[in-house]
Design a protein around this ligand. Structure first.
Ligand code: AMP
Length: 454
């Protein structure tokens, strides 16, 4: 079913995947099912990944550990190492790396830089003013009324406040301000959001199918925003026309502008878009695959990702054509009780063995922030907060029929997986496991015992 399309090396190819989340687990899974003679190493990986690839600690440093493996290719999952120059160290040693150099990773690590690139490239994006001084920012925010206040720099999803009026905007400035900070105060747009991620080799872009993440913690679009409770790929309203328009007016001009400045972007260029009456506008760029978007996107990939990543890293992406499953994929994040505020660690997770028996091309169970504990004779995973994404435990992506977007997803046999000790929040809602359906999907409650059918 999966053509390898990969004849470059006759010997075993060694691929190192950097990261420890469910996105990296999905990368490992996709690379494994791509076939071909290959060894996959994850640094540092996680207990789920360890079942299917060798995991190596990031010692004495992430880049040292990667170089010690003498890999043929390194695929970087998270943004932090890229912002810190991980890809530069690979380049210095001649190791092909799927992930941008530090200078190009600024498209994510600095929102001010991203705005500058977009303005220079004529990419549609809401207008913004940049402030290095709190009083001026506060005054501007108050006069703007409804707007969005953004902290410049990597903030793990916590650096953006959408304000309804001037007073809230001024308060947002005070909340985000810290000495030496830069703030963007941006025009507030309305519309539906969609993410279009493209593989990029510094010049050519190959778009992946669009995805939409779901951030609200609780079912029925309630509860706080989170790092993402799930994703659907593709959302029903993301047409081929939208993809073509985004490539033409956003992804290609951005790649060209970065290359023109001598900082070509190699890796996954992620455009977070708002769909407006005037067309798609860029709210943010990321310099890597999204999490949990990647879990839904990669489940649908029906060709080998290795030649794609290689071609991007080796600047020869033109003509690459990934093959996609025509069905929609839905990723559901199961989070520990108390997530995202104060996730409770070490609750045991049950039911994974039964799920494992059903895993295959249509169902993946992916780990993040889990820790194996010895129970009787065999180790069973517990949820443990991982650095960065505290308390998110795993993603379960599966494909559904194409349309409407997830209504067809919950039709498969009963899935069982639960957390011992999972409880209710003060309103009596289950918070251990949550729905990942996007707004247009049929609403669905995930019980703490997670015996829902889907
Ligand atoms: P960002 O990290 O810039 O993508 O912002 C996080 C979230 O804030 C986005 O996914 C949007 O929901 C919201 N957001 C960001 N910028 C805007 C904007 N200009 N107008 C409306 N909502 C926005």
């Amino acid at each position: 079913m999966f053509g390898t399309g990969y004849e470059m090396h006759s010997r075993m190819t060694k691929v190192v995947v950097i990261g420890s989340g469910a996105r990296e687990h999905a990368l490992v899974r996709a690379l494994r099912r791509g076939g071909g003679a290959r060894e996959i190493v994850a640094i540092p990986g996680n207990p789920g990944i360890a079942r299917e690839a060798r995991c190596v600690p990031a010692q004495p440093s992430l880049s040292d550990a990667a170089l010690a493996e003498s890999p043929d290719l390194v695929v970087v999952g998270p943004e932090a190492p890229l912002a810190e120059g991980f890809a530069d160290r690979m380049a210095q040693r001649g190791v092909p790396c799927f992930g941008p150099l530090q200078a190009a990773a600024r498209i994510e690590s600095s929102k001010a830089f991203a705005k500058e690139i977009m303005l220079a490239a004529g990419v549609p994006t809401p207008r913004a003013a940049i402030f290095e001084e709190a009083a001026a920012a506060r005054e501007h925010a108050r006069s703007e009324g409804a707007c969005v206040v953004k902290l410049d720099g990597l903030a793990a999803g916590k650096g953006v406040i959408v304000a309804d009026d001037g007073a809230a905007a001024a308060a947002a400035v005070d909340e985000l301000w810290k000495p030496g900070a830069r703030l963007l105060i941006e025009e507030r747009l309305r519309g539906r959001e969609v993410s279009i991620i493209a593989l990029c080799d510094g010049e050519n872009v190959v778009p992946l199918p669009p995805a939409r993440d779901h951030k609200r913690l609780l079912d029925g679009d309630r509860g706080p925003n989170t790092g993402g409770m799930g994703a659907v790929c593709p959302p029903a309203d993301a047409t081929q026309e939208l993809i073509d328009l985004t490539v033409r007016t956003i992804l290609e001009p951005t790649a060209r502008e970065l290359a023109r400045r001598g900082t070509p972007f190699v890796g996954a260029l992620y455009a977070g878009l708002m769909l407006t009456a005037q067309g798609p506008q860029v709210l943010e760029f990321n310099c890597r695959l999204g999490d949990p978007e990647a879990q839904a996107i990669l489940l649908r990939l029906r060709s080998d990702p290795l030649p794609l990543f290689f071609a991007a890293a080796q600047r020869r992406l033109a003509g690459q054509k990934p093959v996609w499953d025509s069905r929609t994929a839905v990723a559901v994040v199961l989070a520990a009780h108390g997530y995202p505020g104060a996730p409770r660690a070490m609750d045991e997770i049950h039911g994974l063995e039964a799920l494992a028996a059903e895993e295959g091309d249509d169902l993946w169970v992916l780990h993040a922030g889990t820790k194996p504990v010895a129970v009787a004779s065999s180790p069973s995973p517990r949820s443990a907060p991982a650095p960065g994404r505290r308390g998110r435990a795993r993603t379960v992506p599966r494909p559904a029929s194409r349309s409407p977007e997830c209504r067809a997803a919950p039709t498969s046999p009963r899935r069982r997986c639960n957390w011992r000790g999972a409880g209710k929040d003060p309103e009596g809602n289950s918070t251990a496991c949550c729905s990942a359906s996007s707004r247009a999907c049929s609403s669905r409650r995930w019980e703490a015992s997670f015996s829902s059918t889907w």
